[in-house]
Design a protein around this ligand. Structure first.
Ligand code: SF4
Length: 166
């Protein structure tokens, strides 16, 4: 049985998922070696149980993000913070530096009062345990592929050079 793979998108720009797609023909290799069970790339409505690897793009910025990542953590064996927003908070966390009203005016225009924002944007590992951090804005396709294959092979990924581009 193939390991079950998920990808999720919290407060990010989708650039990390674009980098994932930039694996090009290696996507076929990944698709044959993993079973993709949840992702913005497929039509799955509910995050499933028993996921082996989940790649998380984006910071935790809203109550909805927080509830989602806690549920995902409870259903995932290996959680990977994918990209600088997940690893450090990055661009979404810039609003932490501003007074609350100004911050939401910059990052939520027009304001969506139905989306309760957390006072402080947080990287993923500050709200749930994370097994692996893959930095980069976005991480390169090579680095994402290396992480996915290394996890399959049970070895530590070599992600040197992951920070700079594709
Ligand atoms: S790390 Fe960069 S590419 Fe990835 S979601 Fe954040 S801003 Fe976008």
């Amino acid at each position: 049985m193939r390991p079950r793979l998920a990808t999720v998108w919290l407060d990010g720009c989708s650039g990390c998922h674009m980098s994932l797609l930039d694996m090009d023909e290696r996507l076929l290799d990944v698709a044959t070696r993993y079973e993709l069970v949840y992702s913005p790339l497929i039509d799955a409505k509910e995050f499933p149980d028993n996921v082996d690897v989940t790649l998380v793009e984006g910071a935790v910025s809203t109550e909805a993000d927080l509830a989602k990542i806690r549920k995902i953590r409870g259903r995932t064996r290996t959680l990977v913070s994918l990209g600088d927003c997940a690893v450090t908070g990055n661009i979404p966390a810039l609003r932490n530096l501003l007074p609350p009203g100004e911050a939401l005016a910059v990052y939520d225009h027009p304001p969506r009062s139905e989306v309760p924002a957390l006072r402080h944007v947080q990287p993923v590992h500050q709200v749930v345990p994370v097994e692996l951090h893959l930095p980069g804005c976005p991480p390169s396709a090579d680095a994402i592929h290396e992480v996915l294959i290394a996890l399959l092979e049970g070895r530590a990924p070599d992600v040197r050079g992951a920070r700079f581009g594709n």
